[in-house]
Write a new protein. Structure first.
Length: 115
């Protein structure tokens, strides 16, 4: 599996780098764990949006919508902490445990995986 670290700058620059990486792969799905706050309520009109973040240029940004316009594969959308916790539970130390606790620093990360 290929990996890349992409610095979160403006939505345009960040997504240009994201697209450049993922366009080289034959994806069957994408999982996005985003810095927030984000809307993860599937019944909300703002589902898939990064909402009131202090990150410049990302306020009320329809991140999931942009990704869906680009890629015709199923896309999972959740918070960075949820994604990290789920990954630890499925593939890390949590896979031999009945529960997992993750403490996050509040730095605000953007984690995207695709297979």
């Amino acid at each position: 599996m290929d990996k890349i670290n992409i610095r979160t700058t403006t939505p345009e620059q960040t997504l240009t780098n994201v697209f450049e990486f993922f366009d080289k792969h034959n994806l069957s799905f994408i999982g996005i764990g985003s810095f927030g706050p984000i809307d993860i309520n599937k019944n909300s009109k703002k589902y898939g949006f990064i909402t009131t973040t202090p990150k410049k240029g990302w306020n009320n940004f329809n991140f999931l919508g942009v990704m869906k316009e680009r890629y015709s594969v199923p896309i999972a959308w959740t918070t960075d902490v949820n994604a990290a916790t789920y990954g630890e539970y499925k593939k890390g130390n949590g896979k031999v445990r009945t529960s997992v606790l993750v403490s996050e620093s509040g730095v605000g990360q953007l984690l995207i995986t695709g297979y």
